[in-house]
Design a protein around this ligand. Sequence first.
Ligand SMILES: [Ca+2]
Ligand SMILES: [Ca+2]
Length: 277
Amino acid sequence: MVPAGTFAMGDSSGDRNSADGETPVHPVTIDAFSVDATTVTNDAFATFVDATGYVTEAEQFGYSAVFHLAVEAPRTDILGQAAGTPWWFGVRGASWRQPGGALSSIEDRGDHPAVHVSWNDAQAYCEWAGRRLPTEAEWEYAARGGIERAKYPWGDDEVDEPEWRVNIWQGEFPRVNTLADGFLTTAPVRTFEPNGYGLWQPVGNVWEWCQDWFNPSTYPSAPRDNPVGPADGSARVLRGGSYLCHPSYCNRYRNSARSSNTPDSSMGNAGFRTVAR
Ligand SMILES: [Ca+2]
Ligand SMILES: [Ca+2]
């Protein structure tokens, strides 16, 4: 359980991306809740699919977004590159079952996060599990692990002090990854050390869907008591960054960093964890 409490939500370290609306820092009070120690694994997602016959949106659409160095598919399955982010390929057949495309599988990745799951897919899993996605405020509160105003779940030490603490990108993004942390794409969910509330890898590894609609201008007037985000919007909140984060490209592997995507989007570096009250 994450205990009830009040915390300072937002960026206190000065590393914010202004366009993402990480400030002002404001006090938020959260009731106690239970949160998964890890993101939902492939094994857990398979149990859900076996029980329900659920078909993910990536499987319905017939393709999903795969990082170029992670593609394991025939060339003819590569449908194109994303405008502005040419390291993302649309790959036919990519899904949670085949995260790199048709020539890949999750056979040895049962304890890796389920990826290529959309916000809508995550909702379906939660409904089956009798749980729900965290609100953005719950996510940040849980990620902080009880340490006030820190940059990371473990405090303010940098990510490689004294050794790698998080699965992000090292080297020259997006072409050369030195793999100093050991992983090009996903790591098993129980890698590195959990934070003070027992959460593994809230930052890094995979982005995590939150319940809220995303709006970068809400913090100045956000409710302070168990906020649930804007009433409507077009994109859902993603938190925590992923194995593709790097200071030169995406320094969002921090407690307060915010991102978003449309609720039917799926990609090889986003998953989710669930909560309940
Ligand atoms: Ca890595
Ligand atoms: Ca994460």
